[in-house]
Design a protein around this ligand. Structure first.
Ligand code: PAF
Length: 283
């Protein structure tokens, strides 16, 4: 695996490949990331993974400083799944001067759900992804569906800027008990880890209720949040939305037939977890 830290090193190395696939990450790689690399291998001649903890997408009180940085382990894991190139810029390589230009995503998609609780998050994500795409100029970029809203925002960005890249989603990888794999799971104590699966169960409960014919979504969502609170969680949202634009399904037609997704974000102790579950009312 070739490792590049600077943009010129990366670009010079990539000249030898016809078709590349990019897998952007912030490191601390788990099996979910490795599945994205495997998926990317089937889509291109060479896979370029990136490891960069992007300051622009963290709020001042969030975990930028403590975000797990596991360089040696990440390199070994990427090698083990046949990643061809690792681009891991230092901050001064990617942001040699203050990054004053930012991508401003559509507020209708980016200021709801995650964006409502993490203002500026998607502007930070879009800005770094735009820059990583410019650095590597891949034909395909693969992002995990676990970050469902992020995937939609990035697809929208690629479409609106006519970027010559196909944005592809990779299925969420789960632990045996159903917990979605996430770098932040490492923050959980053993007791919290045992409890953490309650988030995906709550989303399944919402989906099952809608499939069983329940249509009062605000009441269902409020009950699901209350049930998590009773177990010691602090939920930000648990909600059922249309997959296409993450807006609430219109009562009647949408709620009865549109492709839907249940999305949730909740804090367990000091750890904020997110998850989602796609379903259709008539599944
Ligand atoms: O999903 C992530 O890990 C990050 O948001 C990404 C896409 C690598 C941008 O920093």
């Amino acid at each position: 695996m070739f490792i590049a830290h600077t943009i010129p090193e990366l670009r010079a190395h990539l000249e030898r490949f016809n078709r590349t696939a990019l897998v952007p990450t912030m490191g601390n790689l788990h099996d979910g990331h490795l599945a994205l690399v495997r998926q990317a291998r089937g889509l291109a001649d060479a896979v370029v993974a990136t490891v960069f903890v992007n300051r622009l997408q963290f709020l001042p009180h969030e975990d930028f400083d403590t975000y797990p940085r596991t360089w040696a382990q990440d390199c070994a894991r990427l090698e083990s799944v046949g990643c061809d190139v690792l681009f891991s810029p230092r901050e001064e390589d990617l942001y040699p001067e203050p990054q004053t230009f930012r991508i401003a995503p559509d507020p209708a998609l980016a200021d709801i759900l995650e964006g409502a609780f993490r203002p500026g998050f998607f502007a930070g994500v879009c800005t770094v992804v735009m820059k990583l795409l410019q650095c590597a100029q891949p034909h395909v970029a693969v992002f995990g569906q676990k970050d469902y809203q992020q995937l939609l925002v990035l697809r929208h960005m690629a479409r609106q800027f006519a970027l010559p890249v196909e944005v592809v989603g990779g299925a969420t990888v789960r632990a045996d008990d159903g917990l979605a794999l996430s770098s932040r799971n490492g923050y959980l104590s053993p007791a919290e880890r045992a409890e953490a699966v309650a988030l995906s169960r709550a989303l399944r409960g919402l989906a099952d209720a809608v499939r069983a014919g329940a249509r009062d979504l605000p009441a269902l969502e409020a009950d699901a949040m209350q049930a998590l609170r009773a177990r010691g969680w602090q939920p930000d949202y648990l909600t059922v939305r249309r997959r296409s634009d993450l807006q609430a399904p219109a009562p009647g037609a949408d709620a009865a037939s549109a492709p839907l997704v249940a999305l949730g974000a909740a804090r367990l102790g000091g750890t904020r977890l997110i998850d989602n579950l796609e379903f259709a009312p008539a599944d």
